[in-house]
Write a protein that binds this ligand. Structure first.
Ligand SMILES: Cc1cc2nc3c(=O)[nH]c(=O)nc-3n(C[C@H](O)[C@H](O)[C@H](O)COP(=O)(O)OP(=O)(O)OC[C@H]3O[C@@H](n4cnc5c(N)ncnc54)[C@H](O)[C@@H]3O)c2cc1C
Length: 390
């Protein structure tokens, strides 16, 4: 069993968390690491499904897919699993977390028949989930959503377009946020729906290629008819459900960042101990030591913020405290991870730029984290808003 001194030395974790962290670290090193080289290769859809199968077999998806019986997700467990998976394969982390992001609103508010069906399928890896909120004109500004859901008898008819939807093309169902009205201030009144990938009128219009391995794309709803009895929550609940999903998963983005940063630091320490220049190892040069010291300190700070936020969530702290802690964790950890990955490349010199080198891949993988689920700028706005309220 691998030991993680951070888990032993900080007060955030129970014995059960420590056992989970050690077990997942072993599983990821044994099962996920050997497959990581395929994250960017051809046959990526089959590879994605193979990773999903592995996670389901190890019963890890139950840490990201809420049960739907009112029991909250264990935020520390969610973060520990993300950190471990991201250490070995950022794609495996994405496969894991999207099952949760794509089902969380369902677990909170879907009618029983919808909830039971999709949550069970997502948890067992039989169905792939997606979360469809962003649109060409509605990124950070969610209230600008244009996709509409018009009531027509006992169903809703959905029309519109969504972009940057993770798992587009692979997903079996999408939790879709659409406009069912306009508020007095002109902003969208949103409602949530589940749309199956085989429903008439639904199309994946683009599989978008990003800087790193990440299945993502654009989808279109051309008169997709959804039974009203399948609506997720009440009409107008969509904004709240989307924000509750983000609030629950926000700190865990920081945990994924910590996993990538920890791997970048481990690779750097290994390289600094073995690479010799000017007659000594790189580790003997004080400028390299300075880099390693800053990387280690920033990583520790990031993990402290992430697990403080997760611990507060599990302890049922008041929402104002939780919101700020989760935003601080996401903001700091993702920005620090970017700096750490960059320094890791610097310590590796030219070998850090070679396509396929671990630190080269991390340098690209880490970039998206500062953008999705609320950019760093949006996190700063939230932190300042909460601070000024106090
Ligand atoms: C890898 C990846 C996966 C994603 N997965 C999903 C998904 O599964 N489902 C989904 O619905 N969406 C997804 N998204 C979309 C993501 O949530 C948006 O990209 C994000 O919210 C930012 O929106 P935008 O890209 O339109 O940028 P914009 O909102 O146009 O922002 C552009 C820049 O302006 C800044 N900015 C915007 N508003 C302000 C402001 N008020 N003050 C200061 N600065 C501001 C931003 O911080 C950013 O730097 C994903 C994105 C990426 C990159």
């Amino acid at each position: 069993m691998q030991r993680d001194r951070f888990i032993e030395e900080t007060p955030f974790f129970t014995d059960e968390h420590a056992r989970l962290a050690a077990g997942v670290a072993d599983f990821a090193a044994r099962e996920v690491e050997p497959l990581a080289a395929r994250d960017e290769g051809p046959g990526s859809d089959e590879h994605f499904r193979a990773l999903l199968g592995l996670l389901a077999q190890a019963d890890l998806l139950s840490y990201s897919v809420a049960r739907g019986d009112g029991a909250p997700l264990d935020a520390r467990a969610l973060c520990l699993v993300r950190e471990s998976l991201a250490y070995h394969s950022p794609l495996a982390d994405l496969v894991f977390v999207m099952q949760g992001l794509g089902t969380y609103a369902l677990s909170l508010a879907a009618p029983e028949h919808v909830r039971d069906f999709w949550l069970a399928r997502a948890r067992s890896g039989r169905s792939v989930a997606a979360f469809a909120l962003t649109e060409p004109e509605a990124g950070s500004d969610v209230s600008a959503v244009q996709t509409s859901a018009a009531r027509d008898g006992d169903s809703y008819v959905i029309r519109g377009r969504k972009c940057f939807i993770s798992n587009a093309g692979l997903a079996d169902f999408y939790t879709v946020f659409a406009r069912t009205g306009t508020r007095a201030d002109g902003r969208a009144e949103l409602s949530a729906f589940v749309v199956g990938a085989r429903m008439p009128g639904f199309r994946v219009t683009e599989r978008t290629e990003l800087v790193a391995a990440h299945p993502i794309g654009e989808v279109e709803f051309d008169g997709v008819r959804v039974p009203a009895e399948d609506r997720v929550g009440e009409e107008g609940d969509g904004f709240r459900l989307a924000m509750q999903t983000m609030d629950t998963f926000r700190a865990s983005v920081g945990a994924a960042a910590c996993g990538m940063a920890r791997r970048a630091l481990d690779e750097s320490v290994r390289h600094a101990r073995t690479r010799r220049q000017f007659g000594v190892t790189l580790a003997m040069h004080q400028l390299i030591q300075e880099k390693l010291a800053v990387m280690q300190t920033e990583l520790d700070a990031a993990r402290l913020l992430v697990y403080r936020a997760a611990h507060l969530k599990d302890a049922g702290a008041p929402p104002t405290l939780l919101t700020r802690a989760a935003s601080e964790a996401k903001f700091y950890a993702t920005e620090a991870a970017q700096r750490i990955a960059d320094e890791a490349v610097q310590i590796h010199g030219g070998s850090g730029l070679v396509r396929g080198a671990v630190v080269e891949r991390l340098y690209r993988d880490v970039r998206a984290l500062r953008i999705y689920e609320g950019t760093s700028e949006i996190q700063k706005l939230i932190i300042a808003r909460e601070l000024l309220k106090e």
